[in-house]
Write a protein that binds this ligand. Structure first.
Ligand SMILES: [Zn+2]
Length: 495
């Protein structure tokens, strides 16, 4: 019997709905193993909260598979396994280097290095869609946070000088003053406002006063964190979230007059003059690594207008020269100059349809569960009302119970609406993939520098630059689309 591992993942929202327990996934995988005569060596499980990929055991699983020469990974379906392209490349490497086969049990597909390009292509599309679904969820979580913000509740980790605690009465997360660090924060502001300090001397001064040893988690104040701290309106009772300032519910540590004066001192010292550097979006920034020394490739402007890319050469004796942006642009032009053949188009459409069908299945189950629950609660509420009219239920019990049901119904209604919106985004996303695949070159050329940058991040993975020549690698499913292009002989990347 060949050795295998199982991997299953559930999100915390799914867990509350029927049919999505980790046990159900596990049973499915184990029975598959039995039928196919695999020996299950180890089970790996991750739980995920909306938008936050709990992937610790995913990484452990990859390691385990390598170390123990496991040849088979059993998962329920693609979106249980992969959350993004990084995962995808990790899995692809594993298939290539260790000859591992991935069994997508519910999809009835096994992926290995010998899979057909068609199968790899479908796999790629499903990865894209899986990722998108996660993005939607995290979008929804943000919306939940916005509701909190509007009530003055800071949705994130407390700053230095404050603590996150749970109010024992209301069970709400609240932010309270951290008495231990309060003097430190106040000293920073009081000293800095004198104008006699640089950030560095400010830090040494408070350290000299024995104040910084209080900082939690062994973090140390440095120039950047201190500058950020001094500019944060949190200390005067506000907080910033998504570029907007909101009035908070927390107590202020600094007098608003003092805070404003500190801002004046800071701006007098022009701490922000490195900002203009970030205003120029370089299309290839963060996309390439050096083909000689594997360091990052950074961008700079020469003579105020020519964009150049060069290896950071961090702690190496790399010999690579800087490269003009135009050179890279030409290469991308060639790369994206594919034509969607009818065949290619049919594949994309089929891939999208299939992924939609699979999504529908689990989505519908979740959706129906919520609608049923809502109906059930409404019936109970009605019955409760009747009982109350018949004086079987006391006024106070009726009021408290009906309130409880109403809150639960409201919550379900928002969840149902969320699913509806996620659906629309999902279709929209599929449409975008298709448009992008059809018009890649045109879309790229039309885009602004920052759009180009985003576009390239979306299309490319693991691309390198050496001797002035970029070696671009397309992500799936675009790699397959390009390969199916009748123009592919002309492209520079072989494939
Ligand atoms: Zn280099």
């Amino acid at each position: 019997m060949e050795k295998s591992v199982t991997y299953f993942r559930v999100s915390s929202t799914e867990q509350k709905q029927k049919g999505y327990s980790p046990d159900a996934q596990k049973r499915l995988l184990w029975s598959f193993a039995q039928t196919n005569r695999f020996d299950v060596d180890m089970d790996f499980e991750d739980t995920e909260t909306a938008g936050r990929a709990g992937r610790t055991n995913f990484m452990r699983m990859l390691e385990y598979v390598r170390e123990n020469k496991i040849k088979h990974i059993l998962v329920e379906k693609t979106d249980r396994l992969l959350r993004n392209f990084k995962d995808y490349t990790l899995i692809e490497d594993l298939m290539k280097e260790c000859d591992v086969t991935i069994h997508l049990v519910k999809e009835g597909v096994s992926m290995s290095k010998d899979s057909t390009s068609n199968q790899k292509f479908m796999f790629g599309i499903k990865t894209l869609m899986a990722k998108n679904f996660l993005d939607n969820l995290s979008e929804e979580t943000k919306k939940g946070q916005i509701e909190k913000i509007e009530c003055g509740e800071y949705p994130s980790k407390a700053l230095l000088g404050y603590l996150n605690v749970v109010d024992p009465l209301t069970k709400k997360n609240v932010i309270v003053v951290d008495e231990k660090n309060k003097p430190l924060v106040q000293a920073l502001f009081k000293l800095y406002v004198t104008g006699n300090h640089s950030l560095l001397s400010l830090i040494t001064t408070v350290e000299g006063m024995g104040l910084t040893s209080n900082i939690p988690n062994g973090r140390k104040l440095n120039k950047t964190s201190t500058a950020k701290l001094l500019q944060n309106p949190f200390y005067i009772g506000y907080f910033r979230w998504n570029k907007e300032t909101h009035k908070g519910e927390h107590e202020r540590l600094i007098d608003p007059d003092l805070w404003q004066k500190v801002q004046d001192v800071l701006s007098g010292k022009r701490l922000n003059n490195d900002k203009k550097h970030n205003l120029i979006p370089f299309a290839f920034k963060g996309i390439l690594t050096c083909g000689e020394c594997q360091r990052g490739i950074t961008a700079e402007l020469k003579k105020g207008r020519y964009a150049y890319y060069r290896c950071t050469k961090y702690q190496t004796n790399c010999s690579q020269p800087a490269v003009k942006e135009e050179t890279l642009m030409e290469r991308v032009g060639v790369l994206l100059d594919w034509q969607m053949s009818d065949d290619g188009l049919a594949y994309v459409v089929a891939g999208l349809k299939q992924s939609l069908q699979e999504k529908r299945q689990w989505h519908d189950t979740a959706y129906e569960g919520m609608v049923e629950e809502k109906l059930r609660l409404k019936k109970r509420l009605d019955r409760m009302y009747e009982d109350h009219l018949d004086e079987k239920v006391s006024e106070s019990l009726y009021l408290s119970k009906s309130k409880e049901y109403e809150t639960r119904i409201e919550k379900l209604e928002t969840d149902i609406a969320k699913h509806d919106r996620a659906d629309i985004n999902y279709y929209d996303f599929g449409h975008k993939i298709l448009e992008l695949a059809k018009n890649a070159k045109k879309l790229f050329e039309m885009g602004t520098s920052s759009e180009k940058q985003e576009f390239l991040r979306y299309l490319l993975s693991n691309s390198t630059l050496r001797d002035g020549i970029p070696n671009f690698t397309l992500k799936q499913p675009f790699l397959q689309i390009a390969k199916r292009s009748p123009l592919r002989e002309r492209s520079a990347w072989g494939g």
